[in-house]
Design a protein around this ligand. Sequence first.
Ligand SMILES: C[S@@+](CC[C@H](N)C(=O)[O-])C[C@H]1O[C@@H](n2cnc3c(N)ncnc32)[C@H](O)[C@@H]1O
Length: 227
Amino acid sequence: MGKGKLKKWNENKTFNHVFEPTLQDIIDGQEFNKGDWHEKVFGNNNPITLELGCGKGEYTVELARKYPERNFIGVDIKGHRFWRGAKTSNEEGMENVAFLRTRLEFINNFFVQDEVDEIWLTFSDPQPKDDKGSKRITGPAFVDRYKKLLKPGSLINVKTDSTLLYEWTRDQYIEKKYNLLIDSDDVYGKLVNDVDEEMQGILNIKTYYEKRWLEEGKKIKFLRIQI
Ligand SMILES: C[S@@+](CC[C@H](N)C(=O)[O-])C[C@H]1O[C@@H](n2cnc3c(N)ncnc32)[C@H](O)[C@@H]1O
């Protein structure tokens, strides 16, 4: 185990906006903040956005800076990755940011129906060997889980470099007859020219992985559905 990771895991334990339930906690049915995020964590009733598979948490932190009247939670299985966002938000004294370490397969252990208002899925692993797509966190099996914590009318946003993930996810959304509000295969070449200034600002947030893929000349794709 790298010393860097250990240091980050230890520092995460000192942040009161980082929540890291163990697998045993989940097996025991402990409900970390389930139904309590507004009151106990944020101390307000503002809408909650989740960034799922958040990595370093760029969308979580940047959206939280842009929208102080909303709350943002970055979720990832790798605590040393979201340490970056946790540290930055801690240093800046941001009170509308939290991080949760869990596998997304367990996401319904942490939120009740209608507790969440929006979801961002940023550069999710395309899982090229997953023929059935059951591991892809953008797919219908996961959307079914997300529906159990979102309010009706909520948005799910998918930003990806992966043609495989984009085309598969879009086809699944069409097959399931989800309400597909935005479908773009080129965010910076096309979509940003067709949306208002506010949406441009949101789309222009760039994650760690996104910057890498842009340097390689890849086109960024975007899907938005309404639940
Ligand atoms: C390719 S990275 C993208 C990270 C970040 N969103 C970005 O754009 O830089 C995918 C992230 O999803 C997380 N992840 C993948 N599958 C997951 C799962 N089932 N549950 C929780 N996190 C998962 C990984 O740990 C990783 O940090």
